[in-house]
Ligand binder design. Structure first.
Ligand code: GDP
Ligand code: MN
Length: 331
């Protein structure tokens, strides 16, 4: 017999999980993954890649969140795939539903009208997800012990070795928000997000940072240029989202109703918050090999790429006209 171990727990303990489970991690940080049970196989592939490229050397823990209870099959698969501790959490229903002040008839009408003109135009569940990722993930009790998080989604790929600790990088360089891909939003999904954000700034001027980066998000005519950080990859401070400024912004947007009456994504919401509340030095472009269909970031440095990657640098989103990363770096 060539079994690796005689029981699943033995695989977990002897092959992947480090011996000392009371180890002290360098940074209080975790991967945070909102995921459905049905995405088990895509996520297993992603977690194994993340382990190979990075976490098998660090063993940061994972927090899995779901609006439905995770199955035993899902939990066991993640325990086997991950080298860090795994925590499984449920999203409270009031964080995964239309708030009571939303006119449901109007919302249904808006979704029907948006239809298939934009991705997820007619999807209510997608809107719940975007609202949760905008306003609630950072309040989950399973995240209470952590200061930083790395958002991961099922099916994404990490296409290069990550030879350093991005969390430690955040701490050492006083970074608050890290991204790897930026692009432009579908205008139909955020018709009134900019005017609502301006109303927020008028109501709460003290929250706006003097050295803000709003110009990155502003077109020549003063409207929103649709630039945003792609939030399926984020390495960021949880304190940023828990701050009075961010939660006031989320509450303001939530009251305005655009998560359901339009289809505001968590990516433009996070990004406009970053633009209002942070200065340029607090935000970092992580040149990490990363693929989320249909876009990727692939490091340019030929020597690094050749030795550590399986992506093509010329396909990196940074060269795409729809990317806003060069504009960010040139600020
Ligand atoms: P896209 O990247 O904008 O195409 O949207 P995704 O389908 O990738 O969803 C974004 C994230 O939310 C992913 O991590 C999904 O697994 C997760 N997600 C989306 N909808 C649901 C849902 O209804 N339930 C749960 N538990 N997770 C969801
Ligand atoms: Mn996705």
């Amino acid at each position: 017999r060539h079994a690796l171990a005689s029981s699943p727990n033995q695989i977990r303990d002897s092959r992947l999980k480090p011996a000392n489970s009371n180890r002290v991690l360098p940074v209080r940080a975790a991967f945070v993954i909102l995921v459905r049970n049905s995405e088990l196989h895509e996520l297993r592939a992603t977690v194994r890649q993340l382990e190979d490229q990075f976490n098998s050397r660090y063993h940061y823990p994972y927090v899995f969140l779901n609006n439905e209870p995770f199955t035993e099959e899902f939990k066991q698969a993640m325990e086997w795939a991950a080298s860090g501790d795994c925590h499984f959490g449920l999203v409270p229903y009031h964080q995964w539903s239309m708030p009571p002040w939303i006119d449901r008839v109007r919302a249904k009408w808006a979704m029907t009208m948006m239809g298939d003109r934009v991705p997820y135009g007619d999807s209510e569940s997608y809107r719940r997800m975007c609202r949760f990722e905008s306003g609630f993930f950072f309040r989950h009790p399973l995240l209470d012990d952590f200061d930083y998080y790395w958002r991961v989604e099922p099916g994404v790929e990490f296409t290069c070795t990550i030879p350093y600790d991005p969390f430690q990088y955040m701490v050492d360089n006083k970074k608050v928000y890290g991204f790897t891909i930026s692009l432009r939003e579908f205008p139909a999904t955020v018709r009134t997000l900019w005017q609502t954000t301006n109303a927020f700034m008028a109501a709460y001027p003290d929250y706006i940072t003097p050295n803000n980066t709003l110009q990155w998000a502003t077109a020549a005519d003063g409207t929103y240029n649709m630039c945003h950080f792609w939030s399926n990859f984020e390495i960021a401070s949880l304190g940023f989202f828990r701050s009075p400024a961010y939660t006031a912004y989320f509450d303001f947007l939530d009251r305005a109703g655009g998560f359901f009456l339009e289809r505001w994504g968590d990516a433009p919401v996070h990004s406009l918050a970053v633009a209002m509340f942070l200065n340029k030095t607090q935000v970092h472009y992580f040149d990490i090999g990363y693929f989320h269909n249909p876009f990727q970031n692939c490091p340019n440095d030929p020597e690094f790429n050749e030795n550590y990657c399986f992506c093509h640098a010329n396909r990196s989103m940074i060269h795409n006209l729809d990317s806003c990363t060069k504009a960010w770096l040139n600020l």
